[in-house]
Every structure is written in structure tokens, then in C-alpha cells.
Write a protein that binds this ligand. Structure first.
Ligand code: IYR
Length: 229
């Protein structure tokens, strides 16, 4: 951004320790109920929900506050069909054409994913997040963006959490390669497809693998000697 920002006071909420823990537990339990879904209901979802999820994504911190993200919402059946066809074309090469190295295939095997991406036509919305590697200002050329992957990753995390808060499901789908999304969504060269999110209600008969989350002891390491209550 060219202009400077005035500084304004900021006083986030404070809670008593017991209330902090209660709120943290509640948010954790809510987050722990979220699962990635590959089986969607075709039931329509209000566009307002997509707007709210993207507004939430846009609250993410970003390198130099450059906000290097753009979300494209696709609700049109014919465009969804084109996305599915292009994604499956690529994935057939991955799964059936031997493009996925054996080690990668082995890592995916427990999830039972295949080149069939039918959910891309069933979910009422496909939301494609683009990462803006650089901006183009007429007369200035390219303006480099910083920490694009970190910034866009955080924005996508918030997007997923917002959908979950509304009772909606999604999948962080990364068809590989996904350059076809730039073409279908008509995005400029500085933007790269980052994640394709089918968004909708989970199908009534949806099933998910019974995965176990890594325990806290393996996720958080407390170094000795630090202060803490
Ligand atoms: N993009 C492929 C393969 C795939 C890769 C990973 I890593 C996953 O966690 C899941 C799938 C596909 O969408 O099937």
C-alpha cells in the first residue's frame, strides 16, 4: 500500500483465567468437530455465506499487509462441470498414468482418494483461492509481495473455520497441476491457484475416514525454564 496508516487504539477483550480456558476449550471442541468432506449435498447454500467466509478469510494477517489473496466463487453448473473435467484430466494422469510417485500414492492410500472428482459438480459452490505473487501497477511494473504462502495459508484456514461455524463443509482440494483454474477463472498472471474449495452441506450419508489427530504431546513441546502460570 502506498499511503501510510494512522495508528488507532486497540484493546482486545480480557477475561479471567478460568473464562479464558473455558472459551479456549469451547473453541477447540468446536474446531475438533470439523472434518474434510468429499461427499456433498446439492442443496443450495446462500451466497451470503460465501461472502461471510471470504470476509473472515480477509481478516488474516499478511506480509506487509499486502493481502495477497483473491477468492473466486463459482456457482454456475456449466463452469463447475468444466472445472471437474479439467481436474479429473489431471488426476487421471496422477492416479492411473503413474504421475504420482509410489511414496506419495502410499501416503494417500488410507484416504482412498481417486481421480473421480464428482463432488466438484455436486457441491453448490466451488471457491478458488488465488495467491497474488505480485501486483501490477500500470506505470510501476510489478510490485513484489512478501510471505505470500504464509499469508494465503492463514487466510484459507480462517475461511475453513468460518464455513465450519456456519455448518458448512469443504475440502482443501489441490488438483495437481491446477493452472487450468487461472484460465477458467480468468485471473491475471500474478495470481496462482492456491486451493480449490468445494463448499456445501455434507451429504446426509457422508462418511469420513476415522482419522486420529496427533496428540498434544507430539504437537506442543514446552521448553524448560520458561515462565508460565
Ligand atoms: N491432488 C490429488 C492427490 C491428493 C494429494 C494429497 I497430499 C491429498 O491429501 C489428497 C489428494 C487429489 O486431489 O486426489
Amino acid at each position: 500500500m502506498e499511503h501510510r496508516h494512522p495508528f488507532v487504539p486497540y484493546s482486545p477483550e480480557r477475561y479471567e483465567p478460568a473464562e479464558m480456558v473455558r472459551r479456549g476449550e469451547e473453541f477447540y471442541r468446536f474446531s475438533d468437530r470439523r472434518r474434510s468432506v468429499r461427499s456433498f449435498s446439492a442443496e443450495p447454500v446462500p451466497y451470503r455465506c460465501i461472502e461471510l467466509a471470504v470476509r473472515t478469510a480477509g481478516t488474516a494477517p499478511s506480509g506487509a499487509h499486502q493481502q495477497p489473496w483473491t477468492f473466486v466463487a463459482i456457482g454456475d453448473q456449466e463452469t463447475k462441470r468444466r472445472v471437474r473435467a479439467a481436474a479429473e484430466r489431471e488426476e487421471r494422469q496422477n492416479y492411473e498414468g503413474g504421475r504420482l510417485p509410489p511414496e506419495w500414492r502410499a501416503a494417500l492410500a488410507p484416504l482412498e482418494t481417486t481421480s473421480d472428482k464428482g463432488y466438484l459438480e455436486v457441491a453448490p459452490w466451488l471457491v478458488v483461492c488465488f495467491a497474488e505473487k505480485y501486483a501490477v501497477r500500470p506505470g510501476h511494473g510489478r510490485i513484489r509481495h512478501y510471505y505470500v504462502n504464509e499469508s494465503v495459508g492463514i487466510a484459507c484456514g480462517l475461511f475453513i473455520a468460518a464455513l465450519h461455524a456456519m455448518g458448512l463443509s469443504t475440502l482443501t482440494h489441490t488438483p495437481n497441476p491446477m493452472a487450468f483454474l487461472s484460465e477458467i477463472c480468468e485471473r491475471p498472471a500474478g495470481e496462482r491457484p492456491y486451493i480449490l474449495f468445494p463448499v456445501g452441506y455434507a451429504a446426509g450419508d457422508a462418511e469420513v475416514p476415522d482419522l486420529v489427530r496427533k496428540p498434544l504431546e507430539a504437537t506442543l513441546i514446552r521448553m524448560p525454564g520458561n515462565l508460565g502460570l
